[in-house]
Design a binder for this molecule. Structure first.
Ligand code: SF4
Length: 200
């Protein structure tokens, strides 16, 4: 009987776990939400173009609707005034979701060591992969996505191990609106309190 089954099926069957299959499918169908604010955004665009062809890795379906995305790519410097918008988009993306910080500016503020620029987005939202460089090459973004895919495959879709690793399950901490005032005061500036409207 066993030999009959083997004869019929040949090499056309393989066994795996449901969790491994689901994680494999999830890792190869990332839908990025591009948050491109500066020159790094041009590198991001060229990664999706024909020369580098991000679709080879199943991650070219850029969407500007957060509800349809699971991969935030922050490419470029983020001004303090943009931060509430970035946080809101991140919170609107459904779990599970991941974030790539692309370029020196997104990772650390880059050369813009000033109170008006966020000195690293990971101070306000979780980041899974960092890409160094100014600007980073498209190949670096592809490598970051491949690394992220490996991370997702090892994550566990059905037992939700990936959520156990998150220490910010409820989303990023609310932006401290007084921080800008404190930074300005340290620099000897006395200005009006900035107003952050989370809606507009
Ligand atoms: S890291 Fe360099 S290339 Fe990227 S946004 Fe900053 S200044 Fe531009």
């Amino acid at each position: 009987m066993a030999s009959e089954v083997k004869k019929q099926l040949g090499d056309n069957i393989f066994l795996t776990t449901l969790d491994a299959a689901a994680s494999w499918a999830r890792s190869n169908s990332l839908w990025p939400m591009p948050f491109a604010t500066a020159c790094c955004g041009i590198e991001l665009m060229s990664t999706a173009a024909s020369r580098h062809d991000l679709s080879r890795f199943g991650s070219e379906v850029m969407r500007f609707s957060p509800r349809q995305c699971d991969l935030m790519i922050v490419a470029g410097r983020v001004a303090m005034k943009m931060l509430p918008v970035l946080q809101r988009i991140w919170l609107q993306m459904p779990e599970p979701k991941w974030c790539i910080s692309m370029g020196a500016c997104a990772c650390s503020g880059g050369v813009f060591d000033t109170y008006a620029v966020v000195q690293g987005i990971d101070r306000f939202m979780p980041v899974d992969v960092y890409i160094p460089g100014c600007p980073p090459r498209p190949e670096q973004l592809i490598k970051a996505i491949v690394d992220l895919q490996e991370m997702i495959k090892a994550g566990g879709t059905y037992d939700a191990r990936e959520f156990a690793l998150r220490d910010t399950a409820e989303g990023p901490a609310r932006f401290d609106e007084d921080e800008l005032i404190r930074i300005r005061e340290r620099n000897g500036l006395k200005l009006e309190s900035p107003k952050y409207d989370p809606v507009h």
